[in-house]
Design a protein around this ligand. Structure first.
Ligand SMILES: [Zn+2]
Length: 592
Protein backbone atom coordinates (compact mmCIF):
# COMPACT_ATOMS: atom_id res chain seq x y z
CA UNK A 1 0.00 0.00 0.00
CA UNK A 2 2.78 2.43 0.92
CA UNK A 3 4.59 2.02 -2.37
CA UNK A 4 1.37 2.09 -4.38
CA UNK A 5 0.26 5.42 -2.93
CA UNK A 6 -2.26 6.78 -0.45
CA UNK A 7 -5.50 4.92 0.25
CA UNK A 8 -8.03 6.65 -2.02
CA UNK A 9 -11.38 7.20 -0.30
CA UNK A 10 -14.24 7.27 -2.80
CA UNK A 11 -17.42 5.35 -3.56
CA UNK A 12 -21.06 5.53 -4.67
CA UNK A 13 -22.00 7.43 -1.51
CA UNK A 14 -19.61 10.25 -2.44
CA UNK A 15 -21.98 11.17 -5.29
CA UNK A 16 -24.91 11.47 -2.88
CA UNK A 17 -23.55 14.65 -1.32
CA UNK A 18 -25.50 16.85 -3.69
CA UNK A 19 -27.21 20.16 -2.91
CA UNK A 20 -28.88 20.11 -6.31
CA UNK A 21 -28.37 21.60 -9.76
CA UNK A 22 -26.76 25.03 -9.78
CA UNK A 23 -25.01 24.54 -6.44
CA UNK A 24 -21.27 25.23 -6.77
CA UNK A 25 -20.17 22.17 -4.74
CA UNK A 26 -21.27 19.68 -7.34
CA UNK A 27 -20.73 15.90 -7.40
CA UNK A 28 -20.01 16.38 -11.12
CA UNK A 29 -16.41 16.98 -9.95
CA UNK A 30 -16.04 13.27 -9.12
CA UNK A 31 -16.42 12.31 -12.79
CA UNK A 32 -13.33 14.02 -14.18
CA UNK A 33 -11.65 14.01 -10.74
CA UNK A 34 -11.68 10.27 -10.05
CA UNK A 35 -11.02 9.61 -13.75
CA UNK A 36 -7.79 11.64 -13.61
CA UNK A 37 -6.79 9.99 -10.32
CA UNK A 38 -7.21 6.61 -12.04
CA UNK A 39 -5.10 7.86 -14.93
CA UNK A 40 -2.18 8.51 -12.55
CA UNK A 41 -2.56 5.10 -10.92
CA UNK A 42 -4.94 5.68 -8.01
CA UNK A 43 -7.78 3.19 -7.44
CA UNK A 44 -10.50 3.79 -4.85
CA UNK A 45 -9.79 1.53 -1.87
CA UNK A 46 -12.30 2.67 0.74
CA UNK A 47 -15.95 3.42 -0.04
CA UNK A 48 -17.44 5.86 2.48
CA UNK A 49 -20.40 4.63 4.54
CA UNK A 50 -22.39 6.80 6.97
CA UNK A 51 -20.68 7.24 10.33
CA UNK A 52 -22.85 6.21 13.30
CA UNK A 53 -24.17 8.89 15.64
CA UNK A 54 -21.65 8.02 18.36
CA UNK A 55 -18.88 9.08 15.93
CA UNK A 56 -20.62 12.29 14.85
CA UNK A 57 -21.31 13.28 18.46
CA UNK A 58 -17.57 13.75 19.02
CA UNK A 59 -17.94 17.16 17.32
CA UNK A 60 -21.69 17.74 16.84
CA UNK A 61 -24.63 18.10 19.21
CA UNK A 62 -27.44 15.55 19.36
CA UNK A 63 -29.91 18.39 18.70
CA UNK A 64 -28.11 19.16 15.46
CA UNK A 65 -28.12 15.51 14.38
CA UNK A 66 -31.88 15.43 15.03
CA UNK A 67 -32.34 18.59 12.93
CA UNK A 68 -30.28 17.24 9.99
CA UNK A 69 -32.25 13.96 10.13
CA UNK A 70 -35.53 15.88 10.07
CA UNK A 71 -34.47 17.79 6.93
CA UNK A 72 -33.17 14.57 5.47
CA UNK A 73 -36.68 13.07 5.70
CA UNK A 74 -38.54 16.29 4.86
CA UNK A 75 -36.58 18.95 2.95
CA UNK A 76 -39.56 21.32 3.11
CA UNK A 77 -39.14 22.12 6.81
CA UNK A 78 -38.52 25.79 7.70
CA UNK A 79 -34.91 26.96 7.87
CA UNK A 80 -32.98 25.85 10.95
CA UNK A 81 -29.39 25.22 12.10
CA UNK A 82 -27.91 26.85 9.00
CA UNK A 83 -29.95 24.60 6.71
CA UNK A 84 -32.24 26.40 4.28
CA UNK A 85 -32.03 27.97 0.87
CA UNK A 86 -28.71 29.51 -0.16
CA UNK A 87 -25.42 27.84 0.79
CA UNK A 88 -26.87 24.79 2.51
CA UNK A 89 -30.18 23.86 0.90
CA UNK A 90 -31.87 20.80 2.41
CA UNK A 91 -32.11 17.64 0.33
CA UNK A 92 -33.61 14.21 0.87
CA UNK A 93 -30.97 11.89 2.37
CA UNK A 94 -28.72 14.74 3.47
CA UNK A 95 -27.99 13.13 6.83
CA UNK A 96 -26.75 9.90 5.24
CA UNK A 97 -24.77 11.84 2.63
CA UNK A 98 -23.06 14.08 5.20
CA UNK A 99 -22.49 11.18 7.59
CA UNK A 100 -20.89 9.18 4.75
CA UNK A 101 -18.34 11.95 4.08
CA UNK A 102 -17.55 11.89 7.83
CA UNK A 103 -17.40 8.09 7.75
CA UNK A 104 -14.90 8.15 4.89
CA UNK A 105 -12.50 10.40 6.79
CA UNK A 106 -13.03 8.55 10.08
CA UNK A 107 -12.39 5.05 8.68
CA UNK A 108 -9.34 6.36 6.82
CA UNK A 109 -8.02 7.91 10.04
CA UNK A 110 -8.57 4.62 11.89
CA UNK A 111 -6.60 2.73 9.22
CA UNK A 112 -3.78 5.26 9.68
CA UNK A 113 -3.91 5.01 13.50
CA UNK A 114 -3.84 1.19 13.33
CA UNK A 115 -0.76 1.40 11.14
CA UNK A 116 -2.46 -0.38 8.20
CA UNK A 117 -1.51 2.52 5.93
CA UNK A 118 0.60 5.66 6.16
CA UNK A 119 -1.40 8.04 3.97
CA UNK A 120 -5.02 8.37 2.91
CA UNK A 121 -6.55 10.79 0.45
CA UNK A 122 -10.27 11.65 0.63
CA UNK A 123 -11.16 14.07 -2.20
CA UNK A 124 -14.83 14.27 -1.12
CA UNK A 125 -13.81 15.22 2.43
CA UNK A 126 -12.60 18.51 3.84
CA UNK A 127 -15.99 19.94 4.87
CA UNK A 128 -14.24 22.37 7.22
CA UNK A 129 -16.98 24.95 7.88
CA UNK A 130 -19.51 22.77 9.71
CA UNK A 131 -19.95 23.79 13.34
CA UNK A 132 -21.03 21.88 16.43
CA UNK A 133 -24.71 22.74 15.98
CA UNK A 134 -25.09 24.19 12.51
CA UNK A 135 -24.32 23.64 8.85
CA UNK A 136 -22.20 26.28 7.12
CA UNK A 137 -20.50 26.93 3.79
CA UNK A 138 -21.72 23.75 1.99
CA UNK A 139 -20.67 21.65 5.00
CA UNK A 140 -23.08 19.48 7.03
CA UNK A 141 -20.74 17.40 9.22
CA UNK A 142 -17.13 18.44 9.82
CA UNK A 143 -15.18 15.39 8.64
CA UNK A 144 -11.67 16.82 9.20
CA UNK A 145 -12.60 17.88 12.75
CA UNK A 146 -14.09 14.42 13.39
CA UNK A 147 -10.96 12.66 12.09
CA UNK A 148 -8.86 14.87 14.37
CA UNK A 149 -11.11 14.03 17.34
CA UNK A 150 -10.64 10.33 16.55
CA UNK A 151 -6.85 10.71 16.66
CA UNK A 152 -7.13 12.68 19.92
CA UNK A 153 -9.06 9.77 21.45
CA UNK A 154 -5.85 7.75 21.00
CA UNK A 155 -3.83 10.53 22.63
CA UNK A 156 -2.24 11.59 19.34
CA UNK A 157 -1.17 15.21 18.86
CA UNK A 158 -2.57 16.54 15.59
CA UNK A 159 -1.38 19.19 13.16
CA UNK A 160 -4.16 20.40 10.85
CA UNK A 161 -3.13 22.29 7.72
CA UNK A 162 -5.92 24.04 5.80
CA UNK A 163 -5.01 25.26 2.31
CA UNK A 164 -8.55 25.99 1.12
CA UNK A 165 -9.09 29.60 -0.01
CA UNK A 166 -11.69 29.96 2.77
CA UNK A 167 -10.75 30.08 6.45
CA UNK A 168 -11.03 26.65 8.14
CA UNK A 169 -13.33 28.09 10.79
CA UNK A 170 -15.22 24.92 11.78
CA UNK A 171 -12.13 22.83 12.47
CA UNK A 172 -10.59 25.75 14.36
CA UNK A 173 -13.72 26.27 16.48
CA UNK A 174 -14.21 22.56 17.22
CA UNK A 175 -10.66 22.16 18.58
CA UNK A 176 -10.17 25.70 19.86
CA UNK A 177 -9.53 24.74 23.48
CA UNK A 178 -7.34 21.71 22.87
CA UNK A 179 -3.59 22.47 23.07
CA UNK A 180 -2.96 19.05 21.48
CA UNK A 181 -4.40 20.22 18.15
CA UNK A 182 -2.57 22.88 16.14
CA UNK A 183 -4.74 24.31 13.35
CA UNK A 184 -3.01 26.30 10.61
CA UNK A 185 -5.16 27.99 7.97
CA UNK A 186 -3.76 29.89 5.00
CA UNK A 187 -6.61 31.60 3.17
CA UNK A 188 -7.94 34.70 1.47
CA UNK A 189 -8.63 37.36 4.10
CA UNK A 190 -12.04 37.22 5.77
CA UNK A 191 -12.29 40.92 5.04
CA UNK A 192 -13.19 39.93 1.47
CA UNK A 193 -14.45 36.39 1.62
CA UNK A 194 -16.69 33.91 3.44
CA UNK A 195 -16.72 33.09 6.36
CA UNK A 196 -15.26 36.47 7.36
CA UNK A 197 -13.09 35.01 10.12
CA UNK A 198 -9.48 33.81 10.22
CA UNK A 199 -7.78 37.06 11.20
CA UNK A 200 -4.13 36.86 12.23
CA UNK A 201 -5.15 37.71 15.80
CA UNK A 202 -7.19 34.51 16.20
CA UNK A 203 -4.60 32.52 18.16
CA UNK A 204 -6.60 30.34 20.54
CA UNK A 205 -7.25 30.95 24.20
CA UNK A 206 -6.12 29.88 27.66
CA UNK A 207 -3.70 26.97 27.62
CA UNK A 208 -4.43 26.52 23.90
CA UNK A 209 -3.22 30.04 23.02
CA UNK A 210 -0.79 29.68 20.13
CA UNK A 211 -2.42 26.50 18.77
CA UNK A 212 -4.53 28.45 16.27
CA UNK A 213 -2.63 29.97 13.36
CA UNK A 214 -4.18 32.07 10.61
CA UNK A 215 -2.49 33.68 7.64
CA UNK A 216 -5.12 35.86 5.91
CA UNK A 217 -3.86 36.81 2.47
CA UNK A 218 -4.93 39.74 0.32
CA UNK A 219 -7.09 39.19 -2.80
CA UNK A 220 -4.95 38.71 -5.96
CA UNK A 221 -2.10 37.15 -4.00
CA UNK A 222 -0.38 34.76 -6.39
CA UNK A 223 1.42 31.43 -6.12
CA UNK A 224 4.78 32.85 -5.01
CA UNK A 225 3.56 34.69 -1.93
CA UNK A 226 1.03 31.92 -1.13
CA UNK A 227 3.71 29.24 -1.32
CA UNK A 228 6.07 31.44 0.66
CA UNK A 229 3.50 31.59 3.49
CA UNK A 230 3.11 27.79 3.38
CA UNK A 231 6.88 27.22 3.30
CA UNK A 232 7.75 29.63 6.10
CA UNK A 233 4.94 28.67 8.45
CA UNK A 234 4.20 24.96 8.07
CA UNK A 235 7.65 23.32 8.52
CA UNK A 236 8.69 25.56 11.40
CA UNK A 237 5.37 25.15 13.19
CA UNK A 238 5.48 21.39 12.64
CA UNK A 239 8.97 21.22 14.16
CA UNK A 240 7.97 23.32 17.17
CA UNK A 241 4.73 21.40 17.78
CA UNK A 242 5.84 17.84 16.94
CA UNK A 243 2.59 16.24 15.73
CA UNK A 244 1.89 12.49 15.80
CA UNK A 245 -0.65 12.79 12.95
CA UNK A 246 -1.25 15.31 10.18
CA UNK A 247 -4.65 16.11 8.68
CA UNK A 248 -4.64 18.48 5.71
CA UNK A 249 -7.33 20.12 3.64
CA UNK A 250 -6.47 20.80 -0.01
CA UNK A 251 -9.33 22.93 -1.24
CA UNK A 252 -8.61 23.82 -4.87
CA UNK A 253 -10.45 27.15 -4.70
CA UNK A 254 -7.27 29.17 -4.10
CA UNK A 255 -6.60 28.66 -7.82
CA UNK A 256 -6.49 31.66 -10.17
CA UNK A 257 -9.40 30.26 -12.22
CA UNK A 258 -11.72 29.65 -9.27
CA UNK A 259 -15.01 31.52 -9.74
CA UNK A 260 -15.75 32.04 -6.01
CA UNK A 261 -12.51 33.59 -4.72
CA UNK A 262 -9.68 35.92 -5.66
CA UNK A 263 -6.29 34.32 -5.03
CA UNK A 264 -4.04 33.42 -7.96
CA UNK A 265 -2.54 30.15 -6.85
CA UNK A 266 -1.54 27.52 -9.44
CA UNK A 267 -1.68 23.73 -9.49
CA UNK A 268 2.13 23.88 -9.51
CA UNK A 269 2.12 25.56 -6.11
CA UNK A 270 -0.64 23.26 -4.81
CA UNK A 271 1.43 20.19 -5.71
CA UNK A 272 4.47 21.71 -4.05
CA UNK A 273 2.46 22.41 -0.88
CA UNK A 274 1.14 18.83 -0.82
CA UNK A 275 4.68 17.46 -1.14
CA UNK A 276 5.73 19.68 1.78
CA UNK A 277 2.88 18.28 3.91
CA UNK A 278 3.98 14.74 2.97
CA UNK A 279 7.54 15.61 4.04
CA UNK A 280 6.29 16.89 7.41
CA UNK A 281 4.28 13.70 7.93
CA UNK A 282 7.40 11.58 7.46
CA UNK A 283 9.70 13.89 9.48
CA UNK A 284 7.45 14.26 12.51
CA UNK A 285 4.41 11.99 12.43
CA UNK A 286 5.71 8.57 11.44
CA UNK A 287 4.10 9.12 8.03
CA UNK A 288 0.57 9.37 9.50
CA UNK A 289 -1.26 11.69 7.09
CA UNK A 290 -4.88 12.12 6.06
CA UNK A 291 -5.33 14.48 3.11
CA UNK A 292 -8.80 15.70 2.21
CA UNK A 293 -10.19 17.75 -0.64
CA UNK A 294 -12.32 20.77 0.08
CA UNK A 295 -13.63 23.63 -2.02
CA UNK A 296 -12.88 24.04 -5.70
CA UNK A 297 -15.47 25.25 -8.15
CA UNK A 298 -13.67 25.04 -11.47
CA UNK A 299 -14.46 21.34 -11.59
CA UNK A 300 -12.92 20.48 -14.96
CA UNK A 301 -9.81 22.63 -15.36
CA UNK A 302 -8.65 22.77 -11.72
CA UNK A 303 -10.17 20.27 -9.27
CA UNK A 304 -9.06 17.03 -11.01
CA UNK A 305 -5.46 18.23 -11.27
CA UNK A 306 -5.39 19.44 -7.65
CA UNK A 307 -6.65 16.04 -6.43
CA UNK A 308 -4.20 14.11 -8.62
CA UNK A 309 -1.26 16.24 -7.46
CA UNK A 310 -2.20 15.74 -3.80
CA UNK A 311 -2.46 11.97 -4.26
CA UNK A 312 0.82 11.89 -6.21
CA UNK A 313 2.55 13.76 -3.37
CA UNK A 314 1.51 10.96 -1.03
CA UNK A 315 2.64 8.37 -3.59
CA UNK A 316 6.08 10.06 -3.56
CA UNK A 317 5.92 10.46 -7.31
CA UNK A 318 6.67 13.47 -9.43
CA UNK A 319 3.67 14.57 -11.45
CA UNK A 320 3.66 13.51 -15.09
CA UNK A 321 4.12 16.45 -17.39
CA UNK A 322 1.11 16.04 -19.65
CA UNK A 323 -2.53 15.32 -18.94
CA UNK A 324 -3.48 12.12 -20.81
CA UNK A 325 -5.14 12.95 -24.13
CA UNK A 326 -7.77 10.27 -23.49
CA UNK A 327 -8.87 12.05 -20.28
CA UNK A 328 -9.12 15.34 -22.13
CA UNK A 329 -11.09 13.64 -24.86
CA UNK A 330 -13.60 12.21 -22.38
CA UNK A 331 -14.30 15.48 -20.53
CA UNK A 332 -13.83 18.24 -23.13
CA UNK A 333 -17.49 18.46 -24.18
CA UNK A 334 -18.91 18.45 -20.66
CA UNK A 335 -16.36 21.07 -19.59
CA UNK A 336 -17.31 23.28 -22.52
CA UNK A 337 -20.99 22.86 -21.70
CA UNK A 338 -20.36 24.29 -18.21
CA UNK A 339 -18.12 27.07 -19.53
CA UNK A 340 -14.94 25.53 -18.10
CA UNK A 341 -13.04 24.70 -21.26
CA UNK A 342 -10.69 24.24 -22.88
CA UNK A 343 -9.09 21.62 -20.67
CA UNK A 344 -5.45 22.09 -19.66
CA UNK A 345 -2.72 20.03 -21.31
CA UNK A 346 -0.36 19.93 -18.32
CA UNK A 347 -0.63 18.98 -14.65
CA UNK A 348 1.33 22.07 -13.65
CA UNK A 349 0.29 25.55 -14.69
CA UNK A 350 2.31 28.21 -16.46
CA UNK A 351 3.74 30.78 -14.00
CA UNK A 352 0.96 32.90 -12.45
CA UNK A 353 -1.50 30.62 -14.29
CA UNK A 354 -0.51 32.41 -17.49
CA UNK A 355 -1.90 35.73 -16.26
CA UNK A 356 -0.07 39.01 -16.38
CA UNK A 357 1.19 40.18 -12.98
CA UNK A 358 -0.67 43.44 -12.43
CA UNK A 359 0.37 46.29 -10.15
CA UNK A 360 -2.55 45.32 -7.90
CA UNK A 361 -1.13 41.80 -7.58
CA UNK A 362 2.35 43.08 -6.76
CA UNK A 363 0.87 45.29 -4.04
CA UNK A 364 -1.32 42.46 -2.70
CA UNK A 365 1.65 40.13 -2.48
CA UNK A 366 3.75 42.69 -0.63
CA UNK A 367 1.00 43.05 1.97
CA UNK A 368 0.40 39.28 2.18
CA UNK A 369 4.09 38.64 2.79
CA UNK A 370 4.03 41.28 5.51
CA UNK A 371 1.06 39.62 7.23
CA UNK A 372 2.60 36.16 7.00
CA UNK A 373 5.85 37.55 8.42
CA UNK A 374 4.14 39.03 11.47
CA UNK A 375 2.15 35.82 12.01
CA UNK A 376 5.40 33.85 11.92
CA UNK A 377 6.97 36.21 14.46
CA UNK A 378 4.06 35.58 16.82
CA UNK A 379 3.50 31.82 16.46
CA UNK A 380 6.94 30.32 15.72
CA UNK A 381 9.33 30.12 18.70
CA UNK A 382 12.21 32.59 18.43
CA UNK A 383 14.95 29.95 18.50
CA UNK A 384 13.38 28.10 15.56
CA UNK A 385 13.02 31.31 13.53
CA UNK A 386 16.58 32.43 14.19
CA UNK A 387 17.91 28.95 13.42
CA UNK A 388 16.27 29.12 9.99
CA UNK A 389 17.06 32.78 9.27
CA UNK A 390 20.70 32.48 10.33
CA UNK A 391 21.22 29.19 8.50
CA UNK A 392 21.90 27.09 11.62
CA UNK A 393 19.30 24.48 10.75
CA UNK A 394 16.60 23.54 8.26
CA UNK A 395 13.15 22.34 9.30
CA UNK A 396 13.25 20.08 6.21
CA UNK A 397 16.33 18.18 7.44
CA UNK A 398 16.23 14.80 9.12
CA UNK A 399 17.62 14.69 12.65
CA UNK A 400 20.87 12.70 12.63
CA UNK A 401 20.43 8.94 12.81
CA UNK A 402 22.31 8.52 16.08
CA UNK A 403 20.34 11.34 17.73
CA UNK A 404 17.17 9.63 16.57
CA UNK A 405 18.24 6.30 18.04
CA UNK A 406 18.40 8.00 21.43
CA UNK A 407 14.62 8.26 21.58
CA UNK A 408 14.11 11.59 19.88
CA UNK A 409 10.58 12.93 19.72
CA UNK A 410 10.54 12.22 15.99
CA UNK A 411 10.62 8.48 16.61
CA UNK A 412 7.12 7.04 16.47
CA UNK A 413 5.93 5.40 19.62
CA UNK A 414 3.81 2.28 19.32
CA UNK A 415 0.31 2.22 20.77
CA UNK A 416 0.34 2.16 24.55
CA UNK A 417 4.03 3.01 24.80
CA UNK A 418 4.97 6.28 26.51
CA UNK A 419 6.36 8.89 24.15
CA UNK A 420 9.87 10.05 25.15
CA UNK A 421 8.67 13.65 25.29
CA UNK A 422 6.16 12.68 28.00
CA UNK A 423 8.69 10.89 30.18
CA UNK A 424 9.06 12.70 33.50
CA UNK A 425 12.46 14.22 34.15
CA UNK A 426 13.29 13.46 37.75
CA UNK A 427 16.12 15.49 39.19
CA UNK A 428 18.49 13.64 41.53
CA UNK A 429 20.58 16.58 42.73
CA UNK A 430 20.35 20.33 42.50
CA UNK A 431 21.40 20.99 38.85
CA UNK A 432 24.76 22.67 38.27
CA UNK A 433 24.67 25.88 36.22
CA UNK A 434 27.30 26.31 33.48
CA UNK A 435 27.39 30.01 32.59
CA UNK A 436 28.94 29.59 29.16
CA UNK A 437 28.85 26.37 27.18
CA UNK A 438 30.99 25.69 24.10
CA UNK A 439 29.98 23.59 21.10
CA UNK A 440 32.29 20.66 21.88
CA UNK A 441 30.97 20.34 25.44
CA UNK A 442 27.37 20.69 24.30
CA UNK A 443 27.83 17.89 21.78
CA UNK A 444 28.81 15.46 24.53
CA UNK A 445 25.76 16.25 26.67
CA UNK A 446 22.21 14.95 26.35
CA UNK A 447 19.33 17.41 26.10
CA UNK A 448 16.14 16.60 28.00
CA UNK A 449 12.88 16.97 26.02
CA UNK A 450 10.87 20.21 26.17
CA UNK A 451 13.65 22.51 27.44
CA UNK A 452 13.63 24.68 24.29
CA UNK A 453 12.02 24.46 20.82
CA UNK A 454 11.78 22.48 18.55
CA UNK A 455 10.00 19.59 20.30
CA UNK A 456 12.52 17.00 19.07
CA UNK A 457 15.50 17.44 21.44
CA UNK A 458 17.85 16.11 18.74
CA UNK A 459 16.84 19.01 16.50
CA UNK A 460 17.11 21.50 19.37
CA UNK A 461 20.60 20.24 20.15
CA UNK A 462 21.61 20.44 16.49
CA UNK A 463 20.49 24.07 16.42
CA UNK A 464 22.50 24.98 19.53
CA UNK A 465 25.67 23.25 18.32
CA UNK A 466 25.43 25.02 14.95
CA UNK A 467 24.72 28.34 16.68
CA UNK A 468 27.78 28.06 18.93
CA UNK A 469 29.96 27.13 15.96
CA UNK A 470 28.60 30.11 14.03
CA UNK A 471 30.56 32.63 16.01
CA UNK A 472 31.32 34.48 19.23
CA UNK A 473 28.01 36.35 19.11
CA UNK A 474 26.11 33.32 20.46
CA UNK A 475 26.06 32.45 24.15
CA UNK A 476 24.47 29.41 25.80
CA UNK A 477 24.08 28.87 29.55
CA UNK A 478 22.91 25.47 30.77
CA UNK A 479 21.70 23.72 33.88
CA UNK A 480 23.02 20.17 34.14
CA UNK A 481 21.70 17.15 35.94
CA UNK A 482 24.74 14.93 35.56
CA UNK A 483 25.43 14.89 31.81
CA UNK A 484 21.91 15.89 30.86
CA UNK A 485 20.85 19.47 30.10
CA UNK A 486 17.63 20.33 31.97
CA UNK A 487 17.68 24.12 31.54
CA UNK A 488 18.95 26.59 28.94
CA UNK A 489 19.33 30.29 28.23
CA UNK A 490 20.42 31.24 24.69
CA UNK A 491 21.27 34.69 23.38
CA UNK A 492 22.87 36.10 20.24
CA UNK A 493 24.04 39.47 18.98
CA UNK A 494 21.35 41.01 16.84
CA UNK A 495 22.41 41.04 13.20
CA UNK A 496 20.11 43.96 12.49
CA UNK A 497 20.63 46.28 15.45
CA UNK A 498 24.23 47.12 16.49
CA UNK A 499 24.75 46.97 20.25
CA UNK A 500 21.74 44.77 20.80
CA UNK A 501 21.75 41.19 22.05
CA UNK A 502 18.56 39.13 21.71
CA UNK A 503 17.46 36.49 24.17
CA UNK A 504 16.48 33.60 21.84
CA UNK A 505 15.29 31.03 24.33
CA UNK A 506 14.90 30.33 27.99
CA UNK A 507 13.54 27.02 29.21
CA UNK A 508 13.59 24.37 31.88
CA UNK A 509 12.54 20.72 31.49
CA UNK A 510 9.31 19.57 33.15
CA UNK A 511 10.30 18.05 36.47
CA UNK A 512 13.05 20.63 36.95
CA UNK A 513 10.67 23.58 36.92
CA UNK A 514 9.53 25.61 39.95
CA UNK A 515 12.87 25.48 41.72
CA UNK A 516 14.34 28.82 40.66
CA UNK A 517 16.48 27.30 37.92
CA UNK A 518 15.45 29.83 35.26
CA UNK A 519 16.40 32.74 37.56
CA UNK A 520 19.81 31.22 38.32
CA UNK A 521 20.41 30.55 34.61
CA UNK A 522 19.43 34.06 33.59
CA UNK A 523 21.69 35.64 36.24
CA UNK A 524 24.63 33.44 35.27
CA UNK A 525 24.02 34.23 31.59
CA UNK A 526 24.03 38.00 32.11
CA UNK A 527 27.15 37.75 34.27
CA UNK A 528 29.12 36.37 31.29
CA UNK A 529 28.39 39.45 29.17
CA UNK A 530 30.76 42.42 29.19
CA UNK A 531 29.29 45.46 30.95
CA UNK A 532 28.38 48.36 28.69
CA UNK A 533 28.81 46.37 25.49
CA UNK A 534 25.32 45.41 24.58
CA UNK A 535 21.74 46.01 25.52
CA UNK A 536 19.73 42.83 26.06
CA UNK A 537 16.33 42.52 24.49
CA UNK A 538 13.62 39.87 24.57
CA UNK A 539 10.26 39.49 22.88
CA UNK A 540 7.89 36.82 24.20
CA UNK A 541 4.82 35.80 22.19
CA UNK A 542 2.32 32.89 22.20
CA UNK A 543 4.84 30.88 20.19
CA UNK A 544 6.92 30.53 23.37
CA UNK A 545 5.29 27.73 25.32
CA UNK A 546 5.67 24.10 26.31
CA UNK A 547 3.89 22.58 23.30
CA UNK A 548 2.91 19.42 25.20
CA UNK A 549 1.61 20.84 28.47
CA UNK A 550 1.22 24.61 28.06
CA UNK A 551 0.12 26.86 30.92
CA UNK A 552 -2.78 29.24 30.32
CA UNK A 553 -1.41 32.21 28.38
CA UNK A 554 -2.03 34.75 31.15
CA UNK A 555 -0.04 32.59 33.59
CA UNK A 556 2.74 32.10 31.00
CA UNK A 557 3.04 35.85 30.70
CA UNK A 558 2.99 36.31 34.49
CA UNK A 559 5.80 33.78 34.96
CA UNK A 560 7.94 35.45 32.26
CA UNK A 561 7.27 38.91 33.63
CA UNK A 562 8.23 37.96 37.22
CA UNK A 563 11.34 36.12 36.06
CA UNK A 564 12.58 39.04 33.98
CA UNK A 565 11.79 41.77 36.50
CA UNK A 566 13.47 39.85 39.32
CA UNK A 567 16.57 39.62 37.11
CA UNK A 568 16.63 43.39 36.59
CA UNK A 569 14.89 43.58 33.20
CA UNK A 570 12.47 46.42 32.46
CA UNK A 571 9.43 46.11 30.22
CA UNK A 572 9.60 48.05 26.98
CA UNK A 573 6.83 48.70 24.44
CA UNK A 574 5.95 45.79 22.19
CA UNK A 575 6.26 46.54 18.47
CA UNK A 576 2.81 47.74 17.35
CA UNK A 577 2.47 45.19 14.50
CA UNK A 578 3.14 42.44 17.05
CA UNK A 579 0.80 43.86 19.68
CA UNK A 580 -1.95 44.06 17.04
CA UNK A 581 -1.81 40.28 16.55
CA UNK A 582 -0.77 39.00 20.00
CA UNK A 583 -2.22 41.07 22.87
CA UNK A 584 -0.21 38.97 25.37
CA UNK A 585 3.14 39.74 23.71
CA UNK A 586 5.76 40.97 26.15
CA UNK A 587 9.00 42.83 25.47
CA UNK A 588 11.72 43.48 28.00
CA UNK A 589 15.21 44.98 27.99
CA UNK A 590 18.20 45.16 30.30
CA UNK A 591 21.44 47.04 30.17
CA UNK A 592 24.51 45.23 31.42
ZN1 LIG B 1 4.59 10.18 2.18
Amino acid sequence: MTSAGPLLVYGERSLGYDFGPGHPLTPRRFGPGIDLLRAVGAEPGLAPEPAPDEDLLACHSSDYLRTVRAFSADPDLPRAAGIGSGDNPPFRGMHEAGAAVAGGSLRAMEAILRGDIEHACHPGGGLHHAMRDRASGFCIYDDPALAIARARRDGRRVLYIDLDVHHGDGVQALHLHDPGVLTVSIHESGGYLFPGTGAAGELGEGSAAGTVVNAPLEPYTGETAWLSAVRTLVPQLAAAFGPDVIVSQHGADSHALDPLAHLRVTTTAMGEAARLVDRMAHLHAGGRWLATGGGGYDVYRVVPRAWALTWLAGAHRDPPERIPAAWRGRWADEAARYGQGPLPEHFEDAPNAGMEISAAQVDAERRSRGIAGVVRRVVVPRLVREAVDRGWWSPLAEASADARGGGAAGASPGAGRAHPRDAAVSIEHEPAVIASLDAATLERLALAPRVVAPLDPAAAKAILVAALRDGPGVKVSAALDGTRIVGLVVSASSPGVPGRRDLLAIGVAPGARRRGLATRLLEAHVATLRPGDERLHVEITVGERDPVDPLPVAIRRGVARRLLSSAGWAEVPVAPELRAVDPFALASARTI
